[in-house]
Design a protein around this ligand. Structure first.
Ligand SMILES: C[S@@+](CC[C@H](N)C(=O)[O-])C[C@H]1O[C@@H](n2cnc3c(N)ncnc32)[C@H](O)[C@@H]1O
Length: 267
């Protein structure tokens, strides 16, 4: 099938076939989350990871980024480490593993009787060469005001100190924490007709970090449309795709409602 891919649309396709229709070096940023180790049955679709990774390498611009949010299953007491196997495969495809970030969940941690409670997922940051964009997010420092700080260590090993104003903001670390569930991930009730919504703020933070206004932001497995909604909010051009017609409908409705709310607030 041949279609013209237009930004600001959500498509019902297997993303492997969809990416074949996309031009090479087209996407600035991908923010996506695959089905985790068949933890959930997304309407029974088979997941062909290798072809998805290859497709992402082809469609990503030089200097573009793929954010891959993923976790492992525990099978017979053994963690699959699929997340890391996937990361190694992305490297084989040509991506750099620019960072391995942690998405820490403030609530609903996964409890095990004989291990510590799991409260995180991985956010792999893959780059096609040196990243074109990094707009670092900052957070407030704990200590601020004035303090005597070391500025030079002389040959006598005596620290020299000077009174300096401490910075009130610093670049965030690579562990990001989010509330999940209704009111945490999003307030959009309709999104929860999808079984695995990730937090809007997570998508937003990556979009702000790795892209600029007008850039193409892609989610090949967009589920309820979280990445698309956040890309639209920040004046990026979104392209969403999901293999499930049912989820595409949810995502489209969610986006429509968001746009209606925006125009209502604008009046
Ligand atoms: C973890 S969910 C994504 C959830 C999304 N981040 C959100 O916030 O709603 C994974 C999605 O991948 C979709 N999917 C699985 N295989 C796919 C494929 N080959 N092409 C496109 N979508 C696929 C599933 O239908 C499911 O909606």
């Amino acid at each position: 099938m041949s279609i013209e891919i237009k930004p600001n649309e959500i498509y019902n396709f297997d993303c492997i076939e969809f990416m074949k229709l996309m031009a090479e070096n087209y996407v600035d940023l991908t923010v996506t989350s695959p089905p985790y180790d068949n933890l959930r049955n997304y309407n029974g679709y088979h997941f062909d990871f290798e072809h998805i990774a290859q497709g992402l390498y082809r469609v990503t611009k030089k200097g573009g980024i793929v954010v891959w949010v993923v976790n492992d299953r525990i099978s017979n007491g053994n963690r699959t480490l699929t997340s890391f196997k996937q990361a190694l495969y992305f490297q084989e495809c040509g991506f750099n593993v620019h960072d391995v970030m942690i998405y820490k969940k403030k609530n609903t941690p996964f409890m095990r009787s004989n291990a510590y409670t799991n409260c995180y997922e991985f956010m792999f940051i893959f780059s096609k060469g040196k990243p074109n964009i990094f707009n670092p997010l900052t957070e407030k420092t704990v200590r601020h005001g004035f303090e005597m700080v070391v500025y030079n260590k002389g040959a006598d090993a005596v620290n020299k100190k000077v009174l300096k104003e401490l910075k009130s903001e610093k670049t965030k670390t690579n562990i990001w924490e989010y509330a999940v569930g209704l009111g945490g991930s999003t307030n959009d009730k309709e999104a929860f007709e999808h079984p695995a919504v990730f937090p809007e703020k997570l998508a937003e933070d990556h979009i702000m970090s790795w892209s600029n206004e007008g850039d193409i932001v892609f989610d090949p497995m967009c589920g309820s449309g979280t990445t698309c909604k956040m890309a639209k909010k920040h004046n990026r051009l979104y392209i969403g795709c999901d293999i499930s017609a049912e989820y595409v409908e949810i995502a489209k409705k969610r986006l429509e409602k968001y746009l209606q709310d925006c125009s209502f607030n604008f009046l």
